[in-house]
Design a protein around this ligand. Structure first.
Ligand code: AMP
Length: 444
């Protein structure tokens, strides 16, 4: 199959040739004809599967072939993304695909001045890529009207809900024309996403190019058990031992990012960090330098790193496991992209056992553990498996104080080693229920 057989027009084929895309990926093969036929779409695709081109190529074609010229302060297509970085990245891809078309594209997001964005929107843009908060600001300030909108794309919709954008999405939904095409893309599909899809989409075609909630199979994954306080030391040890060249590291909190970056820089290691507290320009610079291999180790929180496409990234390290199990799939999806091999290593301490269990249950696999001889934890990480069970080793029973007593045995506190009660994972993915079918909500 070729892009030509999918019915794409010549200017798009020319752009793809320049980019070296020869064969459509599975999500592209399914999405392109469906979008060209005007269908709504609900697509589950792993990160790195080429989903951006899957919606952008047919969208560009429809905008070129159909519909009126864009009016002032208007957009004909809107692509909503959860983060600024993803908005920039999606916009860059769309602009590349559109290079031979007479269409205008633009990206708007928060964290930067709104005035240049308002100026740019005056003439209208054919495709607007936006994060939800800034889009609403622009709409409320009358810098943007949406009555000309033909197509809405929700990219990484699950992430938008995880980040608490359900209220913003409900507001945007009320701003949209009823008659439109809607395409929903999500790496993972939770029940909330299905609910959202039920309200936003009209008779959607469902596309699922990979099994639900399965990590990319080109990524080799393993876990190194370690005591919490020794994680930085283990990280440096593994880095030197494995001669790591370019690593994206995930830490749970902003403070965690800063502390690890300080530690690494203190050792003379070329590291930088990105998280939501840093200004957009600083984040972008750190990312650009990492992509250009000028920074060796980039430490990030989930919010900052979502959706980033870094060519040939060989290794992702989870310095901390994510609280939301689905984030594990997104994190490790930064490597092993477009069929390349990749590695994902997680440093796991005893406190994180429930998160590990939730990840194994979600990805339906038991992650291989590799002990590092000098770092065997004092606080053992209990055994886990894909069934979601955390097997706590029974404590050694205390000897009865009185000889021949044994009365306490009958209280049921003694446990045979072969009869251990499973412990339910207490960490569940944080879900924000979309507000589409509920009454008015209190402001956060
Ligand atoms: P995405 O999942 O949209 O983030 O795309 C992942 C990577 O795959 C990006 O670097 C794209 O440029 C690349 N890509 C997308 N489609 C194709 C294709 N058909 N052939 C080769 N590379 C592709």
């Amino acid at each position: 199959m070729t892009f030509a057989t999918l019915g794409l027009i010549e200017p798009l084929l020319r752009a793809l040739e320049t980019l070296g895309y020869q064969t459509p990926t599975p999500v592209q093969a399914q999405a392109i004809p469906a979008v060209l036929a005007g269908r709504d779409l609900m697509a589950a695709a792993q990160t790195g599967t080429g989903k951006t081109a899957g919606f952008a190529l047919p969208l560009l074609q429809l905008l070129t072939m159909e519909g009126p010229k864009v009016a002032a302060n208007s957009a004909r297509a809107l692509i909503l993304c959860p983060t600024r970085e993803l908005a920039e990245q999606v916009h860059a891809s769309v602009a590349e695909y559109a290079q031979h078309l007479p269409l205008t594209t633009y990206a708007v997001y928060g964290g930067v001045s709104i005035n240049p964005q308002m100026m740019k929107l005056r003439k209208g843009v054919d495709i607007l890529v936006a994060t939800p908060g800034r889009l609403i600001d622009l709409f409320r300030q009358n810098a943007l009207k949406l009555n000309q909108l033909q197509t809405l794309v929700l990219d990484e919709a699950d992430r938008m809900l995880d980040l608490g954008f359900s209220e913003e999405l409900a507001n945007i939904y009320r701003m949209l024309p009823k008659k439109r095409q809607t395409l929903l893309f999500s790496a993972t599909f939770s029940d909330d996403i299905r609910l959202l899809a039920g309200q936003m989409l009209n008779d959607p075609l469902s596309i699922e190019v990979s099994p639900r909630n399965v990590a990319a199979n080109t990524v080799q994954q393993w876990v190194v058990p370690v005591d919490k306080k020794r994680k930085p030391e283990l990280f440096v040890h593994l880095m030197r031992k494995g001669r790591w060249k370019q690593v994206l590291v995930f830490a749970k909190t902003r403070n965690g990012v800063d502390a690890l970056v300080d530690k690494l820089q203190g050792l003379g290691i070329n590291a930088d960090g990105i998280h939501g507290d840093k200004p957009q320009a600083t984040r972008q610079r750190a990312l650009d330098r990492f992509k250009a291999s000028e920074v060796q180790i980039l430490v990030a929180t989930d919010v900052a790193a979502r959706g980033l496409d870094i060519e040939d990234l060989p290794l992702v390290v989870n310095f901390d496991l994510p609280i939301v199990a689905e984030d594990y799939i997104h994190r490790i999806g930064r490597t092993g992209r477009a069929g390349n091999p990749g590695e994902a290593i997680s440093l796991v301490c005893a406190d994180e056992v429930n998160m590990l269990s939730a990840i194994e249950m979600l990805t339906r696999q038991t992650l291989t553990r590799k002990m590092e001889p000098d770092f065997v934890p004092e606080h053992r990480v209990p055994d886990t498996d894909a069934s979601g069970q955390v097997v706590k080793k029974p404590k050694k029973p205390k000897k009865p104080k009185t000889s021949g007593g044994g009365g306490k045995r009958n209280l049921g506190k003694w446990v045979d080693s072969g009869d251990v009660a499973p412990v339910e994972p207490s960490i569940k993915p944080v879900r924000k229920v979309p507000v589409f079918n509920t009454g008015p909500r209190k402001k956060k």
